[in-house]
Design a protein around this ligand. Structure first.
Ligand code: NDP
Length: 446
């Protein structure tokens, strides 16, 4: 969709010129700016205060060298990133991604999305993101620890519970968070639990944090279904990925009466018409750290070389990585009768695919709304750390479900108010933007 408003177009051109060779960041900015024309028309004060230019420019970006020693005694080298994008609402908050593809543009797209996502949760958290091109796959626990300790040796000067609070993302789960927090504790000589989230349950973690992103995505989808007089009962669901987000999305879909018939990893996709056996999937992915092919040795069938979006379903939850749902995948989903898509991952749907889905009347939830349950529960973890308390699973899950309902309703209401009924993309972008923009106006030119 072209950006029609002249102010927004000028900001967009400036972003492209100032941030060359960062296609994912450009894509994320464009998607937000496309939604903001009615906001600019209604609130000229945001133009006067250059809010949109400022929101597209990170407050701070740190890039650093991460040397570490592998099991053969060789010195290895990676690059670390932390982008502290916007702290108008609270300390920077956002995960760390360890994946060979991680670069500054990808970390910036994730940090930019995080500003609006965190705003949508209604909680006092700003937006940031970080990571490294380190690949934990195939590394021993000792090598992962060596890397994490070196990474934190630099990162620790930039974070803290009132400053910037990292968490997990792709390639960063409980093991990595443990090594990172351990090194932070050692260097700072403080047991500052609120400096990192996603911690283990015996050392400051919150119940439901592990499940929160996947569960939250399914809660959001449940609200979309409810708004249309439907439920998960009897629905066929496809979930891409088989990591943290995917596994707990599958779990919650099954609890709510749907059947997940396919999931994937970067080596291929798995079809199990009887419904994915979650215990087997968790054993393969979380305990043995193997590929989905190991699942297919017991049940279902593995397909390599095709697309998971060819599997017929009522609901699709892309939960692996950015731009994993292309135009052809969207066309296949539509042709096979899919009517709901909610993004468990960040920006998994390409702009072309989004046009196909919305053109066909598919209800679509963008990641910044649908997967906000993870960061929201991280904020609940920070609350528990600050009050030296730990809540029950039930209490925390009820909070998560309510937060996801509120985000859904906020997106739907805002879309109505700004002339785009039923458009969750517009609702999420405008609603997320307004809260940050008002805070930035109040805080002055900083
Ligand atoms: P994990 O590392 O636990 O799992 C990632 C999954 O996606 C794996 O199955 C992985 O397969 C697959 N994947 C990753 N990269 C690619 C790729 N380039 N091509 C194909 N498949 C790929 O990560 P999470 O589940 O935590 O994160 C998944 C998505 O959800 C990301 O977009 C993340 O930003 C987003 N997200 C995560 C949150 C969280 O709380 N964890 C919060 C909000 C959003 P393989 O193992 O083969 O690489």
């Amino acid at each position: 969709m072209p950006i029609t408003d002249s102010h927004l177009r000028a900001v967009h051109e400036e972003v492209l010129a100032r941030n060359p060779a960062e296609p994912e960041f450009h894509q994320a900015v464009q998607e937000v700016l496309e939604s903001l024309a009615p906001v600019v028309a209604r609130h000229p004060q945001y133009v006067d205060a250059a809010i949109i230019q400022r929101i597209c420019e990170p407050e701070r970006q740190v890039i650093f060298r991460v040397p570490w020693v592998d099991d053969a005694g060789r010195v290895r080298l990676n690059r670390g990133f932390r982008v502290q994008f916007n702290s108008a609402l609270g300390p920077y908050k956002g995960g760390l991604r360890f994946h060979p593809s991680a670069n500054l543009g990808i970390v910036k797209f994730l940090g930019f999305e995080q500003i609006f996502k965190n705003s949508l949760t209604g909680m006092p958290i700003g937006g940031g993101k970080g990571g490294s091109d380190f690949d934990p796959k195939g590394k021993s626990d000792r090598e992962v620890m060596s890397f994490c300790q070196s990474f934190m040796t630099e990162l620790h000067r930039h974070i803290g519970e009132e400053v910037d609070v990292p968490a997990g993302d792709i390639g960063v789960g409980g093991r990595e968070i443990g090594y990172l927090f351990g090194q932070y504790k050692r260097l700072s000589n403080r047991y500052e639990s609120g400096a990192i989230t996603g911690k283990g349950l015996t050392w400051g973690g919150s119940l439901v944090r592990t499940e929160a992103t996947g569960y939250g995505t399914v809660y959001f989808t449940g609200e979309m279904l409810r708004a249309r007089g439907e439920s998960f009962d009897g629905k066929r669901v496809v979930v891409s990925g088989s990591g943290n987000v995917a596994i707990y999305a599958i779990e919650k879909v099954h609890q709510l009466g749907g059947t997940v018939v396919a999931c994937s990893d970067s080596s291929g996709y798995l079809v199990d018409e009887d419904g994915i056996d979650l215990e087997l999937l968790k054993e393969v992915k979380e305990v043995r750290r193997e590929r989905v092919s190991a699942y297919a040795e017991h049940r279902g069938r593995l397909v390599t070389g095709g697309s998971i979006w060819d599997v017929p379903c009522d609901i699709a939850l892309p939960s692996a990585t950015q731009n994993e749902l292309p135009e052809a995948g969207a066309a296949a989903l539509v042709a096979n009768g899919c009517r709901y898509v909610a993004e468990g991952a960040n920006m998994p749907t390409t702009p072309e695919a989004l046009r196909v889905l919305t053109g066909a009347g598919v209800a679509f939830a963008p990641g910044k709304a649908a997967n906000a349950g993870g960061v929201a529960t991280s904020a609940l973890e920070m609350q528990q750390n600050a009050s030296r308390d730990s809540w029950t699973f039930e209490h925390t899950e009820i909070r998560l479900a309510q937060i996801m309902k509120d985000i859904h309703d906020r997106c739907a209401t805002t879309a109505d108010e700004y002339g785009a009924p039923g458009d969750y993309v517009v609702g999420a972008n405008i609603s997320g933007f307004l809260r940050v923009a008002d805070a930035m106006v109040a805080l002055g030119v900083i």
